[in-house]
Design a protein around this ligand. Structure first.
Ligand SMILES: [Zn+2]
Ligand SMILES: [Zn+2]
Length: 181
């Protein structure tokens, strides 16, 4: 799972407001997340994460659904220059109230228990949604030519003379062949 230090909380009161079967609530706002990681890759939120969520009591628990969106900046996987992307993610979560022992035997990563405070932190569900929608490889441009594997110049900005000198054993030489065209 991703690094979660400095994850700003997003406390939401569920009880007693949503204690009745069929009761629901709509919550929207901004979540002040600044950065997150996918593996070792850092993503910086450009402004804020906006959320638009629906909470509804389905009987044994409260179902969370809705969307989060954010403009995000990271490093281009090829040239390491800034690359932008817009994340639009579907949020889902399930907050169990008055659980039976049978329900507690279910996989415990599929729900969160609502404790006596009646509040839950929606932040982990929002982060999970954002990470799920974040691509493994982000490029500044689909046509990005990347860095020369020999001399390191940014091939989007300048040419170099070492294209013929790449040894056949260099794994980048294979990538370069694939990029032709
Ligand atoms: Zn690039
Ligand atoms: Zn070069």
């Amino acid at each position: 799972m991703a690094t979660t230090q400095n994850l700003p909380s997003l406390q939401q009161r569920l009880l007693p407001q949503l204690a009745e079967l069929g009761s629901s609530a709509h919550v929207s706002g901004i979540w002040p997340l600044e950065t997150y990681y996918l593996g070792a890759i850092r993503f910086t939120i450009q402004d804020v994460v906006a959320y638009d969520l629906h909470l509804s009591n389905t009987g044994g628990g409260i179902l969370l659904s809705g969307t989060v969106s954010a403009d995000v900046q990271t490093e281009c996987a090829r040239c390491l220059e800034p690359a932008q992307l817009t994340i639009e993610a579907e949020v889902e979560g399930y907050y169990l109230i008055n659980p039976s022992y049978e329900e507690l035997d279910l996989a415990d990563d599929e729900f969160v228990l609502v404790d006596d405070s009646g509040e839950v932190d929606l932040a982990p569900a929002l982060l999970a949604a954002i990470i799920f929608e974040t691509p493994q490889v982000v490029l500044c441009d689909q046509e990005c030519r990347g860095l020369c594997p020999s001399c390191g110049v940014n091939l989007n900005e300048q040419q170099c003379d070492c294209r013929q000198e790449v040894s056949p054993g260099n794994p980048f030489s294979v990538l370069k062949d694939l990029d032709i065209g």
